[in-house]
Design a protein around this ligand. Structure first.
Ligand code: NDP
Length: 503
């Protein structure tokens, strides 16, 4: 039986309090998990509030030590965790390993840089504040709720969890209902490094469990990763309590091949960016724009390579059974309106989808406008790189993107003008592995940033302190005793400082 026929995933979700995670390749049950009620979520948040106070009260050096220890624990359990990711998502163990390795590097960076980025420091006060000492620091928010996806069940939530923990917050994590086992294991491993308090808890369940987390007023920030539609629902729930959110939503990332690109390298990167993880990557390649001068050569490189890529070997099944229908709809539509280079409607044999490449698909069709989240890609010939960039930017999404060109200056300029949060040049998705770079999108791809210094600050509140060191003689401006002479001195000073026109 096909997995997509095996729905509903939950044996009896309405009457029992557990649900199963299934191996999407085989339909076998991987694990059974509690379907935690809103009350259970609220209890977890209550425990997290206390744990947050304890964790925030630790010396930053001690938090760093604990987080580095957690990193070591995760690394020592890498194989076990990769096997679990493989079972719950269906992705090859090698890809699961790569995702965990990336998550570990982020955990390491967050732990090592939190103090430098967030710690108290003096800032300049300017001439008018000469008598003041000003300091800035970033304090923890308290409890952070993390709502995660299934496509990278370690790497993606860890982009929020590691940075929020390093910033001194406690975590209540609601993993996707497709990957609850991975979420539970991440919290269990954390408890080996921090056994004293439930600083990192995982709550399992369906959408209602996540909804209860978003609606709890004691949660001080929600870090959400998933679809744009669900992000809006989560944001609406958060609005009730003015709870801020960081939203990492989908994408429709473009890949631009300029006339001077290394075409073999571009085709190789394009293929991996589009097809790896069965295309279920928020920053995966979905649209390719190739300049006219190299179009035929690039397509030869691409078609030659794709013939060697196998669903079920090089990448796994479609993890979420319902997504197969979206992929099928996009392929049907694209192949009717455009020309199939590789594969077509027959490529969908759920839970697997063979690689599909279609060219000349109209820009207003669903396959070009909507996120497909499958091993499919559309390719279009453009006059030049400018036209490619205009088409790339004409999307409601704006998450990542790629430019291939041998001219570093030109490529960087194109990358800067690409309307996206991140752009890779001459490689694909490379930005995700650089912990010091912020990760996040614009438009329908969401807002806020995980990773890097911005990712640490995302989970902290700036605290500004201005301390008067001495009274400024003859300049007591914030007093009802202020006289006209003091105001006159102020005007003279400000005219001296700011009144001159500079060329
Ligand atoms: P969703 O947006 O539906 O779910 C993401 C997370 O939100 C899951 O943990 C989900 O829990 C939870 N959730 C669902 N409803 C609510 C709610 N009302 N309140 C709070 N939390 C909620 O994504 P899907 O997993 O269903 O995937 C659908 C599409 O989203 C994909 O086709 C893809 O386009 C996009 N996506 C993008 C990702 C990215 O990295 N940018 C990652 C995954 C998906 P539960 O799983 O229990 O429903």
């Amino acid at each position: 039986m096909l997995v997509s026929d095996a729905l509903p995933v939950y044996r009896d979700a309405m009457t029992t309090l557990t649900f199963d995670s299934l191996n999407p390749a085989t339909g076998e049950i991987v694990g059974s998990h509690p379907r935690q009620s809103p009350d259970a979520v609220h209890e977890a948040v209550g425990r997290a509030e206390q744990a947050a106070a304890w964790w925030a009260g630790l010396d930053p050096a001690e938090r760093r030590r604990r987080l580095l220890d957690y990193k070591a624990v995760v690394t020592r359990h890498l194989k076990e965790l990769a096997e679990l990711v493989h079972q719950e998502t269906g992705k090859p163990v090698g890809d699961a390993t790569l995702e965990i390795v990336l998550a570990v590097t982020h955990l390491d960076w967050a732990a090592r840089n939190a103090r430098k980025v967030l710690g108290r420091r003096r800032v300049a006060t300017g001439m008018i504040g000469l008598n003041l000492a000003a300091t800035l620091e970033y304090l923890p928010l308290g409890v952070v709720g993390v709502i995660g996806p299934w496509n990278y069940p370690v790497f993606t939530p860890m982009g929020s969890i590691a940075y929020a923990l390093a910033a001194g917050n406690a975590i209540v994590f609601k993993p996707s209902e497709l990957t609850p086992g991975v979420g539970v294991r991440l919290a269990e491993l954390f408890a080996q490094s921090v056994p004293e308090q439930p600083v990192f808890q995982t709550v399992t369940g369906l959408g209602e469990t996540g909804a209860a987390l978003a609606a709890d007023p004691r949660v001080k920030k929600i870090a959400f990763t998933g679809s744009t539609a669900t992000a809006k629902r989560v944001m609406a729930a958060c609005a009730e309590n003015l709870t801020p959110i960081v939203a990492e939503c989908g994408g429709k990332d473009a890949f631009i091949v300029d006339a001077d690109a290394d075409l073999a390298a571009a085709a190789d990167a394009c293929l991996w960016g589009a097809m790896s993880n069965a295309g279920q990557t928020c920053v995966g390649v979905e649209r390719v724009y190739v300049v006219d001068a190299v179009y035929e050569s690039f397509m030869r490189e691409l078609s030659g390579r794709v013939a060697r890529v196998r669903a079920g070997e090089d990448y796994g099944p479609i993890t979420m059974p319902g997504q197969v229908d979206v992929i099928r709809r996009h392929i049907d539509d694209a192949t009717k309106a455009g020309r199939a280079v590789t594969g077509g409607p027959g490529s969908v044999r759920a839970p697997y989808v063979d690689p599909v490449i279609v060219e000349d698909v109209p820009e207003d069709s669903p396959a070009v406008r909507e996120e497909t989240f499958g091993p499919t890609v559309t390719v279009r010939r453009t006059r030049d790189a400018q036209e490619a960039l205009s088409l790339a930017n004409a999307s409601a999404y704006g998450l990542g993107g790629t430019i291939f060109s041998r001219d570093a200056r030109r490529a960087t300029e194109l990358a800067r003008r690409m309307r996206s949060g991140m752009t890779a040049v001459n490689s694909v998705i490379s930005f995700a592995g650089v912990p010091s770079l912020p990760f996040g999108g614009v438009g329908d791809s969401g807002f806020g940033r995980i990773h890097g210094a911005d990712g640490l600050r995302e989970f902290a509140r700036p605290k500004a302190i201005a301390r008067q060191r001495f009274a400024m003689p003859g300049m007591n401006l914030t007093s009802f005793n202020r006289g006209p002479a003091e105001l006159e001195r102020l005007v003279r000073l400000v005219t001296f400082l700011h009144g001159r026109r500079k060329r």
